[in-house]
Design a protein around this ligand. Structure first.
Ligand code: DX5
Ligand code: ZN
Length: 219
């Protein structure tokens, strides 16, 4: 089994020094950069838009994994793709036409992800799995960093891993929210291939980033 990838969420970075933070976490062993886009409407928080993603792009060669918590998502997909996103993930609840949104993301040459909230059933994947490069399982309700891990995410990850295997599809399986060194190994054993970690990656400041990421990758 390949080692689990770590995608630090820049929501927990120092926003006054975002470029340097992205550079520092990239050289500390991160695999992807997770960008949480919130619109103050789909979720009760407001974060960053395509202009910030564009400004950050030169600071890292790693894939930018953009998690869209916005409704509607379709009008913003192209702007984020142009700004430098590599992966664009959307919540089925954020728009009426998930199938169309995934097609649109792929047509832009980007990887398409579907995000499942803690209460979103696996059946949301039923007719779109072949259009999906990544499934993102939320292990907190979206909107804020620093929340506690919801344990029911674990069996959900196991079911999706099993389902993808049966379908013969190679899909990245990402978990987001409350991930730390205490649950990372269990998530990887359950089938997660990418772990988002905000608090756990950025805690202690830049001199701790490499150790933080190593602790998340330890098996
Ligand atoms: C929540 C975001 C997460 C979150 C992760 O809406 O999608 O990416 O910021 O932060 P931690 O790792 O602190 O739970
Ligand atoms: Zn996220």
């Amino acid at each position: 089994m390949p080692p689990v990838k770590i995608a630090p969420s820049i929501l927990s970075a120092d926003f006054a020094r975002l470029g340097e933070e992205v550079k520092a976490i990239s050289s500390a062993g991160a695999d992807w950069i997770h960008v949480d886009v919130m619109d103050g409407h789909f979720v009760p928080n407001l974060t960053i838009g395509p202009m910030v993603v564009k400004a950050l792009r030169p600071w890292s060669a790693l894939p930018f994994d953009v998690h869209l918590m916005v409704t509607p998502a379709d009008p913003l997909v192209e702007a984020f793709a142009e700004a430098g996103a590599d992966i664009l993930s959307v919540h089925p609840e954020s728009g009426p036409h998930l199938h169309r949104t995934l097609m649109r993301i792929r047509a832009l040459g980007k990887k398409a992800g579907v995000v499942l909230n803690p209460a979103t059933p696996l059946s949301s994947l039923d007719h779109v799995l072949d259009l999906t490069d990544l499934v993102l399982v939320m292990s907190v309700n979206p909107g804020f960093g620093g929340q506690s891990f919801i344990e029911s995410a674990l069996p959900k990850v196991e079911s999706i891993a099993e389902r993808a295997l049966k379908a013969g599809l190679s899909i990245e399986l990402e978990v987001d929210g409350g991930v730390d060194a205490g649950n990372a190994a269990r998530l990887a054993s359950a089938g997660a291939t990418v772990l988002v970690a905000g608090t756990a990656s950025f805690k202690g400041g830049p001199e701790h980033y490499a150790a933080n990421i190593a602790a998340l990758k330890a098996r």
